[in-house]
Ligand binder design. Sequence first.
Ligand code: ADP
Ligand code: ZN
Length: 620
Amino acid sequence: MPSAEISTESPSTRVETPVDVLRRVFGYDSFRGSQAEIIEHVAGGGDALVLMPTGGGKSLCYQIPALLRPGVGVVISPLIALMQDQVDALRNLGVRAGFLNSTQDFEQRREVEDAFLANELDLLYLAPERLRVEATVRLLERGEVALFAIDEAHCVSQWGHDFRPDYLALSELHERWPDVPRIALTATATEATHTEIAQRLNLGEAKHFVASFDRPNIQYRIVPKSGAQKQLLDLIRAEHPGDAGIVYCLSRASVEKTAQFLSDNGIPAVPYHAGLDARTRAKNQSRFLREDGLTVVATIAFGMGIDKPDVRFVAHLDLPKSVEGYYQETGRAGRDGQPSTAWLAYGLQDVVQQRKMIDLSEGDQAHRRKLGTHLDAMLALCETISCRRVQLLNYFGQTGQPCGNCDTCLLPPESWDGTIPAQKLLSTVLRLDRERDQRFGAGQVIDILLGKKTEKITQHRHDQLTVYGIGTDLSEQTWRGVVRQLLAQGLLAVEGDFGTLALTPASGEVLGRTREVKLRREPERAARTSSTGTGTKTRKPAIEMPAEAAPIFEALRAWRASAAKEQGVPAYVIFHDATLRQIAAESPSSLEKLGTISGVGENKLAKYGQEILDTLESLN
Ligand code: ADP
Ligand code: ZN
């Protein structure tokens, strides 16, 4: 038995069960959700398809079966840049882990290959493109594979938002290794993606495990955009000072500008996008993982597989292209289960820009339709007047109750009858459309409604139109909201390069008075007190600590920082905050007592136990 050291501590010990491994290696008391069921199934040789939200605890679902089964667990992961950290974290737990990817030289690779063949590894991480190399396949055939874990399995789906061609080749695993169990895992899956994963990975016989996609500790907030950078700064200052966070922007330029803006205002922030050279990217990512309280401003190129547990906020300054993407990106907040914020600022310009991008995108009609469907679902989430969480869950085919922890639950927006404003706006667009030679965007339309005297108005004689000045009862801000929501509802369209507004077939129903228009009124209170949404603070940590434990916690954090630095690993690889908090609260006086704390397993107890007791002792 290759995992002999794992399964028998002494000749008299019985074979370990999954929960024994959970306690001894990981130091946790009990399984969460369906972990136990999944582990049992895979350890017994069955295939599995696991859909579980970020932070749900997917890793244990393949790590423990790999420790229980003879041979090496092979993990396919697209996240080359994170493999070193993943392997370091496992080694800290006493698990024998290695990886093979393009960052290694010949010698390093050779060492790992030898360890694999000698069955001296529990887990081997591989990038998917490695499997295209015949030599890798031969290597795997010469050794003993305990299981294949296919992480980020949604990458095989062309319908989804993160397709990677190398994943398609993974369908062959089953033919080459018919007796080795496979477990595919992902944190994003609509019905369509779910089906596609099962098909493309040849998982016909697999058992499906679908967890609830709810992330109750994340507070979802979507606010109207008005000076997004300033709104973001207010949010961080008011609710997340000193916290780690991720800010997503659509373009490289706005990534750079926003990172600079935050830094200039005293918020430590670094940029991350595909235009930076690989070294800078790696450095910024590593700083994010290792330092406390750093914000990364990034395009969506950043974040997949980042398992930093204490990201306290994820902010979007531009509208995400799909609910799946939004859900995955926001899911990077609060993996440790502590209260966290998902905040999105969204405005008219986002809708115009995204519709334009879809029109100009390459690919056939069907592809554009797919993009349009994704965008519509995202817009519906933004404009909903009911619970955001319920809407998100519905998108993933699940149900829920109004959550009490999203902006629409905390400050319910009203809906109002926008039929007349919509008619005014659509008639204006209709009149302009008749001026064939010229095309106008939202700005001009609103200026006409408000009866403004701009150069462009005079030049085109728009003050002669019958609709000129018929909209002075509403503010410019409100009009922008009307345009945005009509776009979202498909009652208005944008065309061409300049975001020209145009009517849709459904506009006719509004103009012909056969259709009412319901609009969302942004909650007044929120608008007056802050521009960041609810402004509610739910910052109470899940693990409570008495006040006198605070200095102990700080001392433990200082110890952890130096231990992490010495080893060159992120601090959370040593211990999570939650574990340190519990140690501070209980102040254990012996190794035995320390070993009962969640997150303190056998190896970490042996490695750090004495240092922790010494740290506690030194405070007395
Ligand atoms: P995912 O890969 O699904 O995003 P992880 O596997 O990274 O989630 O787990 C999220 C966090 O929860 C990790 O810090 C992990 O150590 C912790 N965790 C997982 N399972 C358990 C458990 N049964 N008890 C306590 N903590 C757990
Ligand atoms: Zn809610």
